[in-house]
Design a protein around this ligand. Sequence first.
Ligand code: SAH
Length: 364
Amino acid sequence: MQLDLDVTGRAVLVLGTARGTRLAVARLVRGGARVTLVATDAGAPPGPDPSAPFRVVRAPDADDSSRLLRLLGPAWLVVSVDPPRALRERVEQLAARLRVLTTTQEPAAALGRVTLVGGGPGPTGLLTLEGAQALAAADVVFHDRLAPTDDLPDLAPSAELVDVGKTPYHHPVDQRSIEELLVDRARRGQSVVRLKGGDPFVFGRGGEEVLACLAAGVPVRVVPGVSSAVAVPASAGIPVTHRGLSHAFTVISGHQRPTEDELDALARLGGTVVVLMGVVNLEQIARGLVRAGLDPATPAAVVERGWSDSQRSTFSSLATLADDARRLQVASPAVVVIGDVVRLAADRADASLVLDGLPAWTAP
Ligand code: SAH
């Protein structure tokens, strides 16, 4: 069973190595506790904020009861992380006698690493459990504009949160600098999370970040995420495949205009075309697909700000989509879906409702 305790203003002892306790200390300090690290080694804490307000004392020997009692006397809670067993047992005995609460916490990772986490399309519920675990164990999180950030302070309670958000065509922190930041922090022994919207490997430059870590000799992991390519159409009720209507879907980036060859291939393949980053070049893409042979009456939709309160779905046809989008001032982030599957949602577009935070539909 897990209990949440309010530690504001409480005196808390944390027992263990400076490295192993760093996440527990950071979290308690952030929670407003008066923290004393009872350090079983002389290492300097590599935590996010070395100037954080907490006291460090050298741990007494396990048989030094008088010093232990002096430490425990004013304490409200003792958190054992990775102290020697004899010391932990003695502290627990004395704490029980003094009615001081005790608990244990897993030590923070010893080896620096980078974890690329796919954050999904927005709601925290669509982040994976593995992704949430990586956040919970992070010293620092570098997050993007489209990454889910609303609940980050709770999901990553020990971490320094750094916004390296990119808006289209405007990169406040350029890609190389982000890679350097990841590598630098991991080399300092920190657990680094790079949190991205959707899936890190779908137009997310995650591959480049993995290569940069490998080139620097930094261990790197990837936690896949729910990609907007599938999830944003779903939020509007559009299945990207549907038996009898579409047995393929192609995800393209609209960031650069597709070539004539690419447009021809898309038109020949059939199935559903999903365009990410497609707002700017929407007209060229739609016209190009018609030129390449797709029926101008093919159903098409653009879904803006999927999974947010201000989500808007515009249903149209390939011939009219660009005009509709311009008239309605469709803006990024948006996912464009072209293909017969769009009709499945357009037919019941007015009947959407939300049940427990997820879009739901009833018969019109
Ligand atoms: N890695 C991401 C995609 C990054 S490219 C993923 O797998 O989802 C950024 C593009 O994704 C945006 O321009 C937009 O086309 C799309 N996108 C991401 N989140 C979105 C959302 N909540 N609503 C609509 N489009 C979104």
